[in-house]
Design a protein around this ligand. Sequence first.
Ligand SMILES: NCc1[nH]cc(CCC(=O)O)c1CC(=O)O
Length: 318
Amino acid sequence: MTRTIRIGTRGSALALAQTGTIADALRRAGENVEIVKVSTPGDRSHAPIAEIGVGVFTSALREALLNKQVDVAIHSYKDLPTAPEPGIVLAAVPLREDPRDALIARDGLTLGELPRGAKVGTGSPRRSAQLQALGLGLEIVPIRGNIDTRLRKVTDGELDAVVLARAGLARLGRAGEITETLDPIQMLPAPAQGALAVECRVDDVDIEHLLRSTVDDEATRVAATAERAMLAALEAGCSAPVGALAEVVEDLDADGSVVERVSLRGVAAAGLDGESVELIRASAVADKSEAERLGRDLAAELLDLGAGALSGPGRNSR
Ligand SMILES: NCc1[nH]cc(CCC(=O)O)c1CC(=O)O
């Protein structure tokens, strides 16, 4: 009897698309795979994420893993709380999609073309702060719901535009509706945006090795490690208005040999009430093996620059 690996996922179209790619990779490696949908409070409630709390999309899946209802859990990495979960290991971080945010606006408009007072929908204080900081006079409208619901608000004329992760749109085959991909200089994504987290039980060493060898991408893991270490060190969990983007880059060592380094940019918003938005930015580079320390150091620098004065309601990195 060959084993069947049960993969737990949320039931949203996005989650199923993400899980499908991992299931396919495991099938190509000769494994039997079964996909198990797990409903989470985040799927059932329409309250703002800031009210229902961190981990709304992920804790039910982790429970199903610990209860042995499933053997693998697949999350959007950016939705995972930064605190490690006892009994669970992050077995793989697959190759990341484009991590940037995207604008989907009426009439093919870009950010710069939207008129003052244009209504832009987002439920994310991170996106909201960075949009306000552009000084374009945009009116930020809080929204929630799945990607389809959000896009419909633009087609229906209720909003002039929405901002969403490019990765989610791409996975749903809707990247064609993007009217502008936002440059990270204007809009840093959420830490680990566009990446998946593939978890299994700590004692399931076989499954861990299988996942590591079939779906893990080292550069993505290194980048996400730096971004999430920064977030964790800002002591804000995933509810702070924080953006981060790391990339593995080739560099020349002192002796002229090519080395891989990790380059990290971070932003934190302070004074997030109404009109007054102050963004604090910093960046740094370190050896690839120092991703975790780089993230912590950059957080310390952001705190020195005043990020500790984080304020405002509904802190949320997404
Ligand atoms: N917070 C919701 C969420 N969680 C993961 C994604 C898709 C993108 C990703 O995997 O990072 C989205 C939608 C969005 O932010 O537009």
